[in-house]
Structure formats: C-alpha cells, structure tokens
Design a protein around this ligand. Sequence first.
Ligand code: ZN
Ligand code: ZN
Length: 292
Amino acid sequence: MTDNIQLTEDQITKAAESLKQLRPAYGAILDFYKQIFIAQEDSKDKLQIDPIQISEEMLSIKANEEFPLINLSEFVIDAKASKMLLIKICNIIKLSSTDMASSARAILKAIDAKEFDLDSLFFGLLEEDDSVFEKTAKKHDIKKDDLAFIVYNSIKPSLSICAQQLSTYFSKDQPWTKGYCPICGSPPMLSMFEGEGGERFLLCGFCWHKWSSRRLYCAFCDNTDSKTLNYLYSEEEKEYRVDLCDKCKKYIKTIDTRKTERIIYPPLEQVATLHLDIKAKEMKYESGIHFA
Ligand SMILES: [Zn+2]
Ligand SMILES: [Zn+2]
C-alpha cells in the first residue's frame, strides 16, 4: 500500500501550489518542505536495497501474535544514497530562512572535514540510540533535534522502499486490526478516508506504510466506543478533520480525499495542517506520534 505515496516532482509541485493557494500563510513552509520531499522522491529511484526476507514460519508467528514484521533496527538503509540526500537536504536548509540553517551549515562543514560519522547516526536513529545524537550534536555545535530531523529525512526514502517491499507479505484476507504499523510497529502520523465508501487508512509516522483501518477506532488505545470518540471539523476545510479520543486524550489528523480534487501528498498535508495540531493541543489532546 505504501506505493501510492510516490509522486513525481511535477505532482509534488502542483500539490504544494494548490495548498499554498488555499492557505497562503503556509507559503514559506510549503516551499521549504516541497524541496525536501522532491529530493526524497528523487532519491528513491536510485536506491539499492535488497528486500528483507521473512520466512513463512516467522510470518505466521508475527500475524498470530499481532507483532509488526520487523523492528526499526532491521530496516535496510542505502547508506551511500542517504549520505547524498543528507548533503542535498543540508544545502536546502542552509539557504532557507528556517532556524535549522546554522545546524545544516555545521553538518556540511563537519562532512567536508571528514569529521562526521554518518553511518553511526543512520544506525543510531534506527537503534533509537539517543547518545550518538547527543555526542555528535555537542561536538559539532548542532542542535540535536535538527540533527535528528535531517538524519531521519535522509533515510526516509530507504525506510519507505523497505516498507513497500515488505508490504507484499500482507494479504487482503488477513486485515491488520491494530493501531500501530504492521511493518515497523510505529504509531500512525495521519489517517485518510478514500474511495466512494470512505474506507479509512492509517499512515505510519516512521516508514509511511499505509494500512486499512476500522472507521470508528482510536489507533492509540484501541477504543471503539462512539461515546468517547469525537472529531473536530470546520466547514472552511471540508477535507480535514481531527479525530479525538476522550479515553487516552490523543488525536490524529484525517484527510478526507473525497472532499477535494487536489493532488494529495500526505507529507505535505501533514505540514500544511499545523493549525489543527495547535487547536487539538489547545483542547488538551496530545499527538500520538514519536517522529515528525
Ligand atoms: Zn511503519
Ligand atoms: Zn484513544
């Protein structure tokens, strides 16, 4: 299911332009992310990743136990392509007006001086080893969050290609009913309604795999009780809603693709809806994602 997220440069540009027209306040942020997303899609075509093999036996154990297919540390990263993308992303950030510009400059300088151990950062992110980020950030005077953002975005194409390859292990007759990603176990970043019947899908916040989900359901606590599941909706933005769970007080943003003719590129929708995050947080709901 991950495959349909891949768009061409032209389509991403069009998606960003129509969002900018609708919400001019997001102009600068959309221009910034558009460049990063185009660089990522471009990088996907060049990746060399051997598919991860899962045995029949392991597959049935995972399905029965409702375990995700792999741990984050099992993702295969094309380190060479990720390094090239990281440099590209740093160059985009360096020229942007974001406050990450100085971190991007410091990273490029350290790479030039051959003082930067990128492999340990790529694998540190997958191993969820914060200490390697802590050390590197301190040594090179980079903000740790900026470093994590840049490293994650550099390996994101590898993650999504791995997820795409692994998604062939799933069959339609065995739907995944959990709220975490069937590939990597991460919580969903976004939810989408698609097709005539408005089938609901969840999108992984880490590997961007997309899976079918129950309509009335909180992905973070498995709540299915209509009395404690609500949503925020505004007539001005018919294609969005924010699903709220009163049981765990978490929220997820939902895009109703039936309500718009625009090209939908979920990562762009994610950054163009920060006002919805603010609104949900003002109402004391929390985001359920680890990565942004
Ligand atoms: Zn995932
Ligand atoms: Zn909940």
